[in-house]
Design a protein around this ligand. Sequence first.
Ligand code: FRU
Length: 484
Amino acid sequence: MKTNALGKYRPYLHFAPQKNWMNDPNGLIFFDGEYHLFYQYHPDSTVWGPMHWGHAVSKDLIDWEELDIALYPDEHGMIFSGSAVVDWENTTGFFPNGPGLVAVFTYHLDGEAGAEPTQTQGIAYSYDRGRTWVKYEGNSVLTSDSKVDFRDPKVFWNDKEKNWMMVLATGQTISFYSSPNLINWNFESEFGEGIGLHTGVWECPDLFQLQVPETDEIKWVLLVSVGDNPEFETGSQTQYFVGEFDGRTFKPDHDSIHLLDFGKDNYAGVSFSDIPQIDGRRIYLGWMSNWRYANEVPTNGWRSQMTLPRELSLQKVGEEYNVNQLPVKEIESYFSIDSVIDGEVSHENGTKKYPVGSPFVDCSINIERENSQQFGITVNHSKEQTTNIEIDYNMNAIRVVRKDSGEIDFSSNFIDDQIVKVENINELNLRMIIDSSSIELFINEGQYALTSLVYPDHACESISFSSIKGSVILRDGYIAKPAQ
Ligand code: FRU
């Protein structure tokens, strides 16, 4: 763990590059005992620019070591987002001497003299656990005659069909391609017209299976990030669909819109490939920012960080399925419990304050409503700087208010309320991970997530609980601080 003094706002528990600009996670994969995090990286500046793939590795998903840049732009273009797979069976022919990694990414080539850019898919392979890469000499392996937005390939081995599948963002749709060898790709189908959220360009898809716990029900989940569009207030967001995939076509079970996160700061997230079967988790992480203000956030010399890695699971709610998320269990060894809160009654206008004073915090609490109309949890970053989590029983909603959280004036959109409507609000479970410049809120065992950046002088001096009109009972709660 990084316990040395860090620069202002630098996170302890979250990955951020040492220097310069980062956006989407790319090529998330587990191979040979290591988790790999590649990412959209601009090594020459703290704002977005010609994209490379940066690279970091970790043994536990929390403590990351930054390595050399993995992929540089070349004559086919910049290296946009994509994924990585292990070619276990040497389907490519690149690996006669044992399995290795293949990266599948988008080449983005700017058009000359105002012409449209061209996006195509390229591949590269590595014999040394992702440290160095050889670009395939036959690149690009997939092009389009008609689509300008043609990017962010997420590839997986479909064991049932015995082929590779690629999920690709194609404007306002997702396109599916199959391949025997990662080199020759066949179009299978296109999904998305007239369904889901279309406020911006579709980007960074992912497709995987999840099982409903304690049943034999398995569904396919399609994640789709939706880009920023100045005509709408929301900025960039991520939605998902739950349904069936028969190896060629995706059919959702619903026509309602499902958001993966109700905060502003979780975008372009995808899941890790090749998590060993014995582990069996679907582990996901996102870019903890929003295109609306990502280039302006007030950090010095570096910009952007990832969300905590999260374990995804499927919960059946009525006739629909919800994708739940909680931080991976690996974070638990970074904490030790400092205060226990159990059976505490929070009365009208009485504030109960728990001193914290640590650089990062894990706080969890069950909140049983008695007759409260509104209950508030305040993260006191300092005396003057607070982030408020307001539970509004009349609106059945939880709001995260960051207007007093510290530096906010770099963007007029940063202070917009972040709200989630919550079922069963009278019996709530809240979990909150606070780091130097973020608060990740998980509600009802991860049924809802709300991820927010904040820029206070200190992470957390204390946490207070207060009820307005009426009371609540606090149960099974803890506040955990960094483990020694
Ligand atoms: C999403 C995105 C991707 C693209 C990349 C470029 O944030 O726009 O669609 O590949 O960023 O950096």
